[in-house]
Write a protein that binds this ligand. Structure first.
Ligand SMILES: Nc1ncnc2c1ncn2[C@@H]1O[C@H](COP(=O)(O)OP(=O)(O)OP(=O)(O)O)[C@@H](O)[C@H]1O
Length: 865
């Protein structure tokens, strides 16, 4: 038994336990533990899956055979009933392909049950089988059970009704269908019954296939327990992948290993037995009824699908137009919510000659340029001493007694107390006696801290969704969580998240791995020396372990100049920078402003591409691109995720204020759908640094230890971070839910090794280039001077004339230019008479109709070929 899975037991006593004696420990129920373990074991699920699939196949064959052999077999089954199963082979011969059992089972299902609707049971066994075997919900069980129940009722009744009209011999609707059909016919008459069945059938079809109708009927969404307000599913992944703690090979030996100590002060009430097992393997967010959870998830998913991405496009429209209006610039982009009318198939034909030809091409592989790229191996990382959580039983007992007696001093009695030993803190969970007010315990925070003579006590009253009160007490001996172990975990290795980040371990030693893409941006704060830089490295290294250079680009902003410099080695693989810049890691405030604005332009361009492709987010867009349904010649390209990391945000805000805040707020509001995500860290989480605008757009926040309760409130909206004990002890807030974690540790030499490993491999010729951004201030007051034409003037003129469309966004897209440069080019084209004047929201008129005319104009200007 590993030490972190410690259980505390009181020595056996012959005397019957006294009521309310806090020192009497409840007997453990090993047998129960084993049964529970067995039920949760992945292998049990797989065996059940195979059995279900076989059952499905068995029923299918038996039923189908029954359709052809029922006449021969029916009287035998009638005559012998269940005895037919025990009879001699010679005595009873049946025709069913699956023998006497097949004949008997089919008879039961068809004749005594639901007639042809019985096939739905095959379907039920099939979906259960697949779900069990795959280990996740390939089919949504609750939804399908609803369909099946309705189907059984409806199909059997309808079949029996029709069979009744046709006076058929075969039990098409079975006893059930027959009964219901007769009852309805008696009640409504034959015509009424026919009408009812028709209406029900029609209603069902409408309900199933008419999406709009479904939308109208949508119930108000019930709040998802403990996930309320969370950015879509940011923690879902934690929930799903964490639940089977047994997947962790180190945990196979039993529930005891989950770091749970159960200390039950009373024994007498029989109902207490239910409270005895504290299963930390279940994540906090698991709701009691699986069915209900599924329903809730389903609705959330539906809503995301229906509303989410469209909303973003809508927002972009407004934002972009507003910006354009402000700039007094033409509204070149005809934004609308609907997907673009440009049919991808048309584009395809243009690229490849014919749709058929294109369909035959292999899917596009974005990693082909660096096809030999090898992901860094785990050996590059260190195993920092131990993964074992060390806790001595005496300390645990002492703390428990102290908590009980401190509470007793204030006349607070408790029903049960249990302890979970984490890497840095131990969580004591208390079930208070009936009638005790929670606020009273909360108010005793300082007294308990004093009596335990420990700093960093945090009281969670109540633990959301549990009805218990948590007291977190720092361990005397803390253990380090190595990033290596987190990355080696099955959960990380097998995660299919877009941007998986291994953050740390929860108190119950569960690995906390979340999807940055769903967060969708992260704000980090912590006083100096509390683990922020390590935290950033942890996030970056997790992403480097999972992604190919074609899939991800970082923009690193490091005003402190030293923290992120290690990543310079991976510039040509994983970094993005402004064109013409030397250093990919940005340390200068002015360049930060340019980069942020360039990133906004990149975002707008990506939205243009998404719109043109008729897609709503980067996932859909990239998958369409991979299927070669988007034409690269029309500016389409595979879009890597872009993660912007700012190591010291306070410095930037102090020096540049709004100039930095505005593009960040804009990116935070809109960039998620196009795959741009932000991680912002600061030492000083004060309100003038983390302003309301910033905060509102960063639902996911991490706090390391901060120096005051006010700082904690600024970052988390709640106190608590000032109570942390430093060295990577952190609170993570995801849309309202607060989790205490020990941040995974990765040391600088490890990061260096990973960066070297990547840097030594074949790379792209240069870093990923962001669109160019030209500061408006630099342009102000400049007259359009045709002698001083932009080097891209001629190319731009050709693009405009070839397309006969005087649109700035066309130039931006085709030539991958920033808005300002494209605008400047357009002004020069106007001065040269190639396009007409600005027409507000419409594209400018193109005055030159053919390329020959254009060449003449270019020659006259003195720059043509
Ligand atoms: N997750 C962790 N586990 C164990 N120890 C940690 C962890 N994170 C940080 N530490 C310890 O704390 C020290 C300081 O961490 P770090 O450099 O990340 O702090 P910081 O908040 O970035 O400080 P600064 O803002 O001054 O750069 C580290 O050198 C390490 O010893």
């Amino acid at each position: 038994m590993s030490k972190n899975k410690l259980k505390t037991e009181k020595p056996e006593s012959k005397k019957p336990p006294r009521a309310n004696d806090p020192n009497v420990l409840k007997q453990e129920k090993e047998a129960e533990v084993k049964v529970k373990e067995l039920v949760k074991d992945e292998r049990t699920h797989k065996v059940l899956g195979v059995i279900s699939l076989l059952l499905s196949l068995y029923c299918f064959i038996a039923f189908t055979s029954y359709l052809f052999t029922w006449q021969e077999d029916q009287d035998k089954v009638f005559r012998y009933s269940a005895n037919i199963l025990l009879m001699d082979n010679e005595a009873v011969k049946v025709e069913n392909l699956l023998g006497r059992l097949g004949a008997f089972v089919s008879h039961w299902f068809f004749y005594k049950g639901f007639g042809v609707a019985s096939y739905l049971f095959c379907f039920l066994f099939f979906i259960l089988g697949v779900n069990f075997i795959v280990g996740r919900r390939v089919f949504r069980v609750w939804r399908n059970v609803k369909y099946i129940l309705f189907g059984l009722l409806y199909l059997s009744t309808a079949a029996a009704f029709i069979a009744g009209l046709a006076a058929a011999d075969f039990a098409w609707g079975g006893a059930m269908g027959d009964g219901v059909s007769k009852w309805i016919s008696g009640f409504l008459g034959t015509a009424g019954a026919a009408l009812l069945l028709m209406v029900a059938g029609l209603a069902w079809s409408i309900w199933k296939y008419n999406l709009d109708f479904k939308w109208v009927l949508r119930k108000p969404k019930p709040p998802k327990p403990q996930l309320a307000g969370m950015p879509d599913g940011a923690v879902d992944d934690v929930e799903v992948s964490v639940a089977p703690a047994k997947k962790d090979p180190k945990r196979k030996n039993g529930l005891k290993e989950n770091g749970t100590a159960v200390i039950v002060p009373t024994l007498e009430e029989p109902e207490m037995e239910d409270m005895q097992l504290v299963e930390k393997e279940l994540p906090l967010a698991v709701v009691p009824q699986v069915m209900e959870e599924e329903e809730i998830e389903e609705e959330i998913e539906e809503e995301e699908e229906d509303a989410g991405p469209l909303l973003y496009i809508e927002e972009t429209v407004e934002q972009t137009n507003a910006r354009n209006r402000k700039n007094n610039a033409p509204l070149d982009v005809a934004w609308e919510i609907k997907p673009s009318k440009d049919e991808p198939e048309e584009e395809l034909a243009e690229t490849t000659g014919s749709v058929g030809e294109a369909a035959q091409l292999d899917p596009y592989d974005p990693s082909l340029d660096l096809r030999d790229y090898k992901h860094p191996s785990l050996e590059l990382l260190d195993n920092h001493n131990t993964e074992k959580v060390v806790q001595d039983a005496a300390e645990l007992d002492r703390n428990k007694d102290q908590i009980i007696s401190t509470l007793k001093n204030y006349d607070i009695s408790i029903q049960k107390i249990s302890a979970t030993v984490g890497p840095t803190v131990t969580l004591y969970e208390i079930v208070p006696a009936a009638g005790v007010r929670i606020s009273r315990i909360k108010n005793l925070e300082d007294d308990i801290a004093l009596s335990l003579s420990a700093l960093g006590i945090r009281i969670i009253a109540p633990i959301p969704g549990k009805g218990t009160i948590g007291i977190e007490v720092p361990n005397v001996k803390k253990s380090m969580v190595s990033l290596r172990n987190l990355l080696a975990s099955e959960k990380f290795q097998q995660s299919n998240m877009d941007l998986p980040i291994a953050i740390g371990k929860k108190i119950d030693n569960e690995n906390f791995i979340a999807d940055l893409a769903k967060m969708p941006h992260l704000l980090m704060a912590g006083a100096t020396g509390q683990g922020k830089s390590v935290g950033i490295n942890t996030l970056l290294v997790s992403l480097l372990y999972k992604k190919h250079p074609s899939q991800l680009k970082f923009i690193l902003v490091d005003p402190k100049k030293v923290e992120l410099s290690l990543y310079k080695l991976i510039e040509k693989h994983f970094l993005a920078k402004l064109p013409g810049e030397e250093d990919a890691i940005i340390t200068d405030t002015k360049k930060v402003i340019h980069t942020l604005n360039a990133l906004c332009i990149e975002m707008d361009l990506r939205y243009d591409l998404l719109k043109e492709a008729g897609t709503r987010n980067i996932r859909e867009y990239n998958s369409k691109f991979i299927q070669r349904r988007l034409n690269p010649q029309r500016g389409h390209r595979y879009l890597p995720f872009v993660v912007l990391v700012i190591d010291e945000f306070a410095d930037l805000i102090m020096t540049a204020g709004k100039e930095v805040e505005m593009p960040i707020a804009r990116l935070a509001q809109l960039a998620r759908a196009v795959g741009i995500h932000l991680i912002i860290a600061t030492q000083r989480p004060s309100v003038n640094i983390i302003t309301g605008t910033i905060k509102a757009n960063f639902p996911a926040r991490i706090a390391f230890k901060v120096s005051s309760k006010i700082d904690s409130r600024t970052i988390l909206d709640i106190g608590g971070a000032e109570q942390l004990i430093g060295q990577g002890d952190m609170l993570v807030s995801l849309g309202g839910e607060l989790v205490r974690l020990q941040c995974a540790f990765v040391d600088t030499p490890e990061v260096e090794r990973v960066a070297e490993f990547i840097g030594e491999q074949r790379s792209y010729p240069e870093a990923y280039l962001l669109p160019e951004y030209v500061d408006e201030k630099d342009l102000e007051g400049k007259e359009v001077n045709l002698q001083d034409r932009d080097p891209l003037f001629e190319e731009a003129a050709r693009v405009i004339v070839q397309n006969q469309q005087g649109s700035t966004s066309l130039l931006q897209r085709r030539m991958k230019l920033g808005y300002n440069r494209a605008g400047r080019l357009m002004d020069q084209l106007e001065a040269a008479g190639i396009v007409g004047p600005n027409l507000g929201s419409k594209a400018r008129e193109v005055n030159v109709k053919t390329e020959t005319d254009l060449e003449m104009i270019l020659n006259d200007l003195g720059g043509g070929f």
